[in-house]
Write a protein that binds this ligand. Structure first.
Ligand code: 13P
Ligand code: SF4
Length: 310
């Protein structure tokens, strides 16, 4: 704590000097979440905070696609990416050229992209979704032909949801996965349930349908935090990145968090030193720039999400 305190203090002073805010995703390191962030949350909640902000500078400790989304919503602000390793296996798995080709192949489909996509990909799609609103938005879209990208497991979960609720839609999808969530197997849930009767099992919708079907609760990272905070259960298994279990274990030391979690190397690359560096002296590639065409088209896609979701 003594070691990181001067860095935290320096970051807090710089925020005031530059009229900056820091947004941090639920998966990033605790010293960023608790030490310097103004707002923490899931990708939807943080996009809303970015949209509502009146700061001059937004530093977004997360992964590149989330930082880009803040810039799409705030073209006039300085939006900074502190992460030296800001990819995401989903966002990196599909390029704009792929979407151009798919749109020719599926001319009558509504193109729905997960927020885990680059700005260039969003610019070619009709509506964006996040893990907190994907089922609702797909249900609400007035077209029974949908192309979903890039997460094939989330697409399969949506197909499963539609089948169970009698919603008749044809959903084609891209072949991407999150390298963290695809690791979970249904057998892990059975094993943990047998060893911990009464365990509350929470699953992120980037996991495979066989895992999601065994969950007590499915939702975004913030939905999961809220669920545990309101739950009477005393044992939980969270099938998602380790950051969530860390937050909850420190909030509820008397509760048990069982099973394994997996680190996202991309999210975990946001250190306090990175945040300080980007505020003091950002390198050109850390200052998000988007062409007017990409920005305008991507804004259309993100705004369509807000319209459906609100
Ligand atoms: P959330 O929007 O649920 O926070 O998810 C973002 C993400 O990248 C999960 O892997
Ligand atoms: Fe991307 Fe998966 Fe990491 Fe989320 S956990 S940022 S989807 S690689």
């Amino acid at each position: 704590c003594e070691r990181i305190w001067p860095t935290i203090e320096r970051i807090r002073n710089l925020k005031q000097e530059k009229n900056a805010i820091i947004l941090a995703h639920n998966y990033v390191e605790p010293e960023v979440l608790y030490g310097v962030a103004d707002h923490t949350g899931d990708s939807y909640g943080l996009a809303k905070k970015a949209k509502a902000s009146d700061a001059d500078v937004i530093v977004f400790a997360a992964v590149r696609f989330m930082v880009e989304t803040a810039k799409i919503l705030n073209p006039e602000k300085i939006v900074l990416d502190p992460n030296p390793n800001g990819g995401c296996s989903l966002a990196d798995g599909i390029m704009a050229a792929d979407v151009r080709r798919l749109r020719k192949q599926y001319p009558d489909h509504t193109f729905v992209c997960y927020i885990n996509t680059t700005a260039e990909v969003k610019a070619l799609c009709d509506v964006c979704v996040t893990s907190s609103n994907v089922y609702h938005i797909i249900e609400a879209i007035d077209n029974d032909h949908i192309y979903f990208l890039p997460d094939k497991l989330m697409a399969q979960n949506v197909i499963d949801h539609c089948r169970r609720h009698g919603i008749d839609k044809t959903i084609d999808y891209w072949d991407g996965t999150c390298y963290v969530h695809e690791e979970y197997q249904p057998e892990a849930v059975d094993f943990v349930r047998n060893a911990n009767p009464g365990v509350d099992v929470l699953v992120h919708p980037e996991c495979a349908p066989g895992v999601v079907q065994k969950a007590d609760f499915v939702g975004s990272t913030t939905n999961m935090l809220d669920h545990v905070r309101a739950s009477d259960a005393d044992t939980f298994f969270l099938l998602t990145e380790c950051g969530l279990t860390g937050i909850l274990q420190s909030e509820f030391p008397q509760k048990k968090f069982v099973g394994s979690c997996t680190m996202c190397r991309y999210m975990k690359s946001n250190s306090l030193a990175d945040v300080l560096r980007v505020l003091e002296n950002p390198e050109p590639h850390q200052i998000i720039e988007l062409s007017a065409e990409v920005r305008d088209n991507a804004l259309h896609c993100v705004d369509a999400m807000f319209e459906y979701a609100e």
